[in-house]
Design a protein around this ligand. Structure first.
Ligand code: HEM
Length: 514
């Protein structure tokens, strides 16, 4: 997933920065106030060896237990501030968001031009703001109702596919969220499993992944190399990066043109593209071209930031349902009561399904897909609770730790949807995981409401139509199923697993086969 790839580099580049130039950036403390506490570190390399290399969230959490809610780590003079409590995250990232909404800068970001079209990676400023405003407006709770027909169409297809080949559930889920992204961004409906446009978006992700493999390009650690002329022997990396840059541009433009051609053929649709093109029609030529160039970049992020994340949360849902049959059964009883046996759930059922809503909240709390969020960066020096926070620090918030706070969620490792309920209703007094797992402040996830609506309709429909159980062998004997997750630096997806998916109700099966 693109968020992961870029995130990995954000974090590891400073860790690995061993160039002489890094030393030029060594920050001197500009105040008598202390930095937040943290492990003492070594001369020059600082906390290089204290910086967790895997499972950052859990390992940073250990540092927070020792040093408190705010931990400072320095690598070659570059400060990283780790936030260990929800309250401090709100104080810094929400209340002081004007200072904490930047992103760490990558040399690769500049060289590949990514910074000029991919706004999740952009520095805080007018370019980011212009793009964020467009997507924010598209994805407000009231605006996303226009996508419900896409979500229902995709969900019913998913159920159909699960009925036909339940063992391939992972592939079906991936297809479902790629389709939503393609429809919402471009109004294009994928044609079959090997859809050309989904393939192009995957390719875009793969190029991003390759560019950001930590250690792949020395220029990230030795920024001066970017000024070498491309023709020089040893500057092959510049030619390689240039070719990837032009491929990414080409994909972004081709997808936009394909969406426009579809629209011009008379296809009525509610996509982001359709709205940007309509809006551009009222502008002068130059402004219209700029608006469309922005739209083309924004459209790719609906897939790169939105498809893999929602897919991963849905796979966690399958895993949790196979592991916790009592929770699954309670949700199905509620669905039977509210929705009945002859139809599938709709968005209008959402408020009448408190247990299903609680179950989805618990899925997101129990396993956080982006455990340390995406790194922010501070812009100016700041003082918080008597500590000095240097401007330009990388700022990490430990979403995993916030969602496991025993004061807020007693017995936090237990999967227990009832923790969100009181007297049969959602309990507003319990902190909502939706306020944690999508990040904080002005850089918080702009797709939160769309993701939440997709997860509701997907999980409710699957639970209504199917029962999910651990896998069995050829004799029907239940096989052990253990929840295992990848531990990349940024994302934590379920490792490949099997489960048994069977239809629940004959009437619904007929409905699906219609
Ligand atoms: C379960 C699904 C999702 C999860 C867990 C998730 C989580 C996150 C997180 C943690 C961030 C970083 C926030 C921060 O920096 O403080 C983020 C950013 C972002 N997300 Fe999501 N996300 C999900 C779905 C989506 C969807 C469906 C879309 C788009 C349709 C989307 C678009 C974005 C964008 C564009 C950003 C960057 C915002 C910026 O830098 O201004 N996400 N997401």
């Amino acid at each position: 997933m693109a968020l992961d790839n870029f995130g990995t580099l954000w974090l590891t580049a400073p860790i690995l920065a061993v160039s002489v130039f890094a030393l030029l950036y060594v920050r001197r403390r500009r105040t008598a106030l202390p930095l937040p506490p943290g492990p003492p570190g070594w001369p020059i390399i600082g906390n290089l060896y204290d910086f967790p290399q895997t499972d950052l969230a859990r390992n940073l959490y250990e540092l927070h237990k020792r040093y408190g809610d705010l931990v400072h780590l320095s690598v070659f003079g570059k400060s990283t501030i780790s936030i260990g409590s929800y309250e401090v995250a709100c104080d810094l990232l929400e209340k002081r968001s004007a200072n904490y909404s930047d992103r760490p800068k990558l040399v690769i970001g500049e060289l590949t031009d990514i910074y000029h079209w991919n706004f999740p990676l952009m520095s805080y400023g007018p370019d980011w703001r212009a793009r964020r405003r467009i997507l924010h407006h598209e994805l407000l709770p009231d605006s996303i109702t226009q996508y419900q027909h896409y979500q229902l169409f995709v969900t019913h297809n998913l159920l159909h596919n699960l009925l036909a080949s339940p063992k391939a559930f992972g592939k079906h889920v991936e297809q479902a969220f790629s389709t939503i992204a393609l429809l919402v961004a471009y109004g294009l409906e994928p044609q079959g499993e090997e859809d050309k446009y989904v393939g192009m978006l995957r390719k875009l992700n793969a190029i991003g992944a390759d560019l950001c493999v930590p250690g792949k390009y020395v220029v990230e650690w030795l920024p001066v190399l970017q000024y070498l002329p491309s023709w020089l022997p040893g500057a092959g990396f510049k030619r390689e990066i240039a070719s990837k840059k032009s491929r990414m541009r080409q994909i972004t433009t081709e997808l936009w043109q394909a969406g426009k051609a579809h629209l011009e053929k008379g296809a009525e649709n509610d996509s982001l593209l359709a709205r940007v093109v309509r809006n551009a029609a009222s502008l002068d030529k130059h402004a219209a071209a700029e608006e469309e160039a922005m739209g083309a970049g924004i459209a790719t992020t609906i897939y790169t930031a939105g498809a893999g994340t929602t897919e991963s949360a849905t796979l966690v849902f399958f895993l949790a349902m196979a592991l916790y049959p009592e929770a699954q059964q309670k949700a199905q009883e509620e669905l039977d009561r509210v929705v009945g046996s002859s139809r599938l759930p709709d968005f209008s059922d959402r408020d009448s399904l408190p247990y299903v809503n609680a179950l989805i909240k618990e899925i997101l709390r129990w396993h956080v897909g982006i455990p340390i969020s995406l790194p922010h960066a501070s812009i100016q020096d700041d003082i918080y609770n008597g500590y000095f926070i240097p401007g330009g620090s990388i700022v990490i918030s430990n979403l995993w730790a916030f969602s496991k706070d025993p004061e807020v969620y007693p017995d936090p490792l237990r999967f227990y949807p009832d923790r969100f309920l009181k007297d049969g209703k959602l309990n507003e007094a319990v902190r909502d995981p939706y306020d944690i797992i999508f990040g904080f402040g002005r850089r918080a996830c702009v797709g939160k409401h769309l993701a939440s609506a997709s997860l509701f309709i997907t999980c409710a429909s699957i639970l209504h139509a199917f029962t999910i159980a651990p896998p069995t062998d050829e004799n029907g004997k239940t096989l052990p199923l253990e929840p295992k997750f990848t531990t990349n630096l940024i994302t934590a997806d379920p490792e490949k697993f099997e489960c048994d998916i069977r239809p629940r109700k004959a009437a619904l099966v007929d409905h699906l086969l219609d």
